[in-house]
Design a protein around this ligand. Structure first.
Ligand SMILES: [Zn+2]
Length: 423
């Protein structure tokens, strides 16, 4: 693996409330990891090649902690509906098409191309119930150079015939085979257990998936407390659970032994938050999706104050773009409206906080990821913001703020994942 130095205006989170900005600095990469950021190249690295990005801004790669690859095909459609109707009318018919590998090949190629060009360096991805198409997606993601967890989805009830596995046993057998086929097949792509959500999975299936997660040491991802109708439905399906998260906990799939990502958490109450904290569950905050599907606004700063792990997510196609800058700006806007209209006890997000959530917050699910501190994976995005023109002089901090509100893949001039340059 090549060792090298990147030069530019370097920005990364010092902590939740502070972005560290080091103009015209040197970021040293050794064996895929950061060896630190320096104002001058230290003597011991003087022989390394330097890539000079001039006035460009260099930030850690962004983690998309929850994204549905098959839904990319219909991003921007059906947004006049709420979750359960949208699943029936748009999501399930589209996802059923991935039984056809030819269709999956075309659709996943487009998804992966967009992800590769985006600021995202790592992602936790939902596929569909189809193991062959899921493996095809994993092959494409591996080729892209991104690092990802990918889940073959499980659904054995309350789903249309075209998208329902025959039985819990059939679903479990298929999932175990798929784990065995993929767990050591790739360098950067790993399987993750993916029950769609409790309404789609029988008790037998949920217990069986928990056993697989433990047997193969595979993490878990699903959805939690997204929409009021969904929450009522889970209450009826799991009468013994006091709250939605406890239903997952009762099945053995709510963090603790197996690392776990739960998307949304719009309506998590104090007990649910307490349990997420105890079990180290990651919240995948999806503000664009939550506004598109009229779900609500998660109290993110409250979760941060409670010490939860919080990452950011596009949730395509609840979210209509893979562009995580757009999601960052949406998170700030949504938090301001929530603060103004709903609850002034929960403060709105700041630029520093959303930058932290998008980089370090979600990156932590992948280990030492999301920072340029020594020892962190060298995931970097180089932003050439000259096309976002302005007549006045702006410092690096102001330019970074504008990128969060204005940038898309047109401003990304280079991208590195674990020291490998993708473009
Ligand atoms: Zn989702």
């Amino acid at each position: 693996m090549a060792n090298f130095v990147l030069k530019g205006n370097i920005c990364y989170s010092e902590n939740l409330n502070k972005i560290r900005i080091i103009p015209q600095a040197y970021l040293v990469c050794i064996e895929g990891e950061s060896a630190g950021v320096f104002r001058a190249v230290p003597e011991c690295y003087a022989a390394l090649p330097v890539e000079d990005f001039g006035e460009s801004i260099i930030i850690p790669g962004i983690t998309d902690l929850h994204v549905h690859a098959p839904q990319f095909a219909f991003r921007g459609l059906g947004m006049d509906m709420e979750l359960l109707d949208w699943l029936e009318s748009h999501t399930f018919p589209e996802e059923s098409k991935y039984a056809d590998l030819g269709y999956a090949k075309r659709a996943y190629k487009q998804f992966v191309n967009h992800m590769r060009r985006s600021a995202t360096t790592r992602a936790a991805v939902f596929a569909t119930i189809h193991a062959p198409a899921t493996m095809l997606l994993m092959d494409r993601l591996e080729e892209s150079g991104l690092v990802s967890y990918v889940g073959k989805v499980n659904m054995d009830r309350n789903s249309p015939d075209i998208l329902c596995e025959k039985s819990a046993q059939a679903s479990l057998a298929d999932t175990e085979q798929w784990i065995n086929d993929t767990k050591t097949r790739y360098k950067n792509t790993r399987p993750i257990i993916t029950p769609r959500f409790i309404p789609s999975c029988s008790d037998e299936l949920m217990h069986g998936l928990a056993a697989l997660a433990e047997k193969y040491q595979v993490p878990v991802q699903s959805h939690l407390s997204e929409n009021l109708g969904e929450i009522q439905w889970v209450k009826a399906l799991c009468p013994k659970a006091k709250f939605y998260g406890q239903a997952y906990e009762n099945f053995g799939m709510f963090g603790g032994k197996s690392p776990c990502i739960m998307a949304h958490c719009v309506y998590s109450g104090d007990e649910e938050v307490e349990l997420m904290k105890k079990n180290g569950v990651f919240v995948a905050h999806s503000p664009m999706s939550n506004s598109n599907l009229s779900s609500g606004v998660a109290p993110v700063t409250k979760y941060l104050e409670a010490g939860l792990n919080v990452g950011l997510a596009s949730d395509v196609a609840g979210g209509c773009t893979e562009n995580m800058f757009r999601v960052m700006a949406d998170a700030i806007r949504a938090s301001k409206l929530r603060w103004r209209l709903q609850d002034q006890a929960v403060k709105p997000l700041t630029i520093d906080q959303i930058f932290y959530i998008a980089t370090l917050g979600g990156g932590r699910f992948f280990g030492k990821v999301g920072s340029f501190e020594p020892g962190y994976a060298l995931d970097a995005v180089v932003l050439d913001d000259r096309s976002l023109d302005h007549p006045q002089r702006l410092d690096v901090r102001a330019r970074l703020e504008r990128c969060i509100y204005l940038a898309d893949d047109r401003q990304i001039s280079a991208k590195y994942v674990a020291g490998n340059r993708l473009f």
